[in-house]
Design a protein around this ligand. Structure first.
Ligand SMILES: Nc1ncnc2c1ncn2[C@@H]1O[C@H](COP(=O)(O)OP(=O)(O)OP(=O)(O)O)[C@@H](O)[C@H]1O
Length: 255
């Protein structure tokens, strides 16, 4: 299991109000999954992804990354786990505007002193090639299209040899065809390299590309559907839409 979320709740304090963004969420993400998290605005998708990626911490419950309980780790230790295991892709690409495509991809490697300059160059070249941007290495983000920017972001997420990429609405700012191209690329990397992907989306067409669908509503997991590569429809192994109990059972897509 690359990520395990155990009975996680998250409460945000907003003025004098408590916002319960996640309520007793249980989820396991097996290595090699291509998982979509869907749900309406405010259902908790980004909060869940941020907690999975150790960008945010739960108010209650446990997060286990690659068998390691990350609760109570210091910010430095969390940064280390993130840097070596998890890559992020955001809806707004989040590239540094003054850096070229290759410098953006190289950036996370500069935090890893054990990686030589030679190896850095090699990896940047390899990953820009994988995302089909070898010829655009010296372009700055504002000289690239939205789809190309997202490809740079994907190369940056992978360059540290991340085992899991967490993508928060990666196609939301792209037109349909470009978004489909980004999904194709993520899927190809998933199949060929075994990288686990977890992405959130509002878009039904994007959801349909996953092998695991998680549907969220009001801070809870409502449904979990699975599909084998040879199947067209999802089999819902967990469906809480009829049962409104607070604490869901452990949801293990690989069980
Ligand atoms: N930093 C914060 N402070 C206060 N409330 C927050 C914070 N972040 C999220 N929330 C609240 O938590 C709930 C879940 O938000 P979240 O962003 O996870 O939803 P989402 O499903 O990703 O929504 P969207 O699809 O609009 O991005 C919402 O009610 C939101 O207003």
């Amino acid at each position: 299991m690359i990520i395990e979320i155990k009975d996680v709740s998250k409460v945000y304090r907003l003025g004098d109000q408590n916002v319960r963004a996640l309520k007793h969420v249980n989820l396991k993400v097996g290595e090699g999954r291509f998982m979509a998290i869907a749900g309406s605005s405010g259902s908790g998708k980004s909060t869940l992804l941020n907690i999975m990626g150790c960008i945010d911490t739960p108010s209650k419950g446990k997060v286990i990354i690659d068998g390691r309980d990350v609760s109570g780790q210091s910010p430095d230790e969390l940064a280390e786990i993130r840097a070596r295991t998890i890559g992020f892709v955001f809806q707004t690409f989040n590239l540094l505007p003054v850096l070229s495509a290759e410098e953006n991809v190289e950036y996370p490697l500069l935090q890893m002193p054990e990686i030589s300059r030679e190896e850095r160059r090699e990896r940047v070249h390899t990953y820009l090639g994988i995302v089909g941007l070898g010829k655009y290495a010296s372009h700055r983000p504002n000289q690239l299209s939205g789809g190309q920017r997202q490809r740079v972001a994907i190369a940056r997420a992978l360059v540290t040899n991340s085992r899991v990429v967490l993508a928060d609405e990666p196609t939301a700012n792209l037109d349909r065809t470009t978004g489909a191209g980004i999904l194709d690329l993520m899927q190809k990397i998933n199949v060929e390299r075994g990288t686990t992907f977890v992405f959130s989306t509002h878009d039904r067409r994007v959801m349909e590309r996953a092998d695991t669908q998680v549907r969220m509503e009001d801070g809870r997991i409502l449904k979990l559907g699975l599909r084998r590569p040879d199947e067209t429809t999802f089999k819902f192994v967990f469906d809480k839409s009829k049962d409104k109990d607070e604490a869901g059972p452990e949801i293990d897509p690989d069980a």
